[in-house]
Ligand binder design. Structure first.
Ligand code: SAM
Length: 254
């Protein structure tokens, strides 16, 4: 990125909103959330300023098991790319030819504030534009992968992804309700290749926890469609596939 502004996002489908100058009037906003016109210039600087907690870094590693259920190559997408930590893992393990990264990023405001898990956003002080930049930094080193970035809310922005997907990783906010997730799954269903794997994060079956909606939505989705669960469980990971497309010849002949 040497010599180029960290606020340039030529690859992004959506336009980058102009950043307000540092120190502009903020109407009593705390100092640490002043508008930033100058973001860190490198991933190293950004990571040092806004570190991800150790536990979250460990969890990234522990989530990898689900990738065993996803064929390598092809075209994939990640909804909820955030800072690109898991995006890197997806590219490294799945070696797609092309990958789409989707997130609301700056549409959520200039900083994450109270809007998102404070542990992941350095107590809400992480600028949303920086999360987007980090996602780009973390993925652009995979030079053999054709990369596309979409800033928008899924499923509303689904039309911008104009490839059939061999895999789609959904990392949605955990506070969505069941109907919203079911709606997103139905849209995702229409974006997949016949043997595409739809998978993601947030599988918490324990009904006594608040974040149980994804589990309910995915199980409902598999009852209403021809999708079946391939794997689900540890560290909130889950994967489903179209059962017709994956039926063996023997089963098809029966
Ligand atoms: C927990 S973070 C994801 C982290 C990332 N997948 C990782 O593991 O490193 C969730 C991200 O998903 C984004 N997100 C949640 N729901 C979304 C939706 N419906 N459309 C687009 N982005 C969404 C949020 O903005 C947030 O950045």
């Amino acid at each position: 990125m040497a010599g180029s502004s960290p606020l340039r996002f030529a690859d992004f489908v959506s336009p980058t909103p102009a950043a307000a100058p540092r120190g502009a009037a903020t109407g009593g906003t705390p100092m640490h959330r002043e508008p930033m016109s100058v973001l860190p210039e490198t991933l190293e600087e950004s990571t040092a300023l806004y570190p991800l907690p150790e536990g979250e870094l460990r969890r990234l590693d522990l989530r990898k098991w689900i990738l065993n259920y996803v064929p390598k190559g092809g075209v994939g997408a990640e909804v909820g790319a955030f800072r690109g930590h898991f995006s890197e893992t997806l590219l490294q393990w799945l070696e797609p030819r092309k990958a789409w990264f989707v997130d609301g990023w700056t549409r959520r405001g200039e900083f994450y504030g109270d809007d998102k898990d404070r542990l992941l956003t350095s107590d809400g002080t992480l600028p949303t534009a920086l999360a987007r930049q980090e996602a780009q930094w973390r993925t652009e080193r995979f030079v053999n992968v054709e990369r596309r970035y979409v800033e928008g809310t899924f499923p509303a922005c689904a039309g911008k992804i104009d490839d059939p997907l061999d895999w789609l990783y959904l990392d949605l906010d955990l506070d969505l309700d069941v109907d919203a997730i079911v709606a997103a799954l139905h849209v995702a269903e229409g974006m997949m290749t016949p043997k595409g794997i739809l998978f993601g994060n947030g599988w918490w079956p324990n009904t006594t926890t608040a974040h149980n909606a994804l589990f309910q939505a995915v199980t409902h989705f598999t009852r209403k469609t021809k999708y079946e669960i391939v794997a689900a469980g540890p560290y909130g990971q889950w994967a489903v596939r179209h059962r017709g497309a994956w039926r063996g010849k023997k089963q098809r002949d029966e």
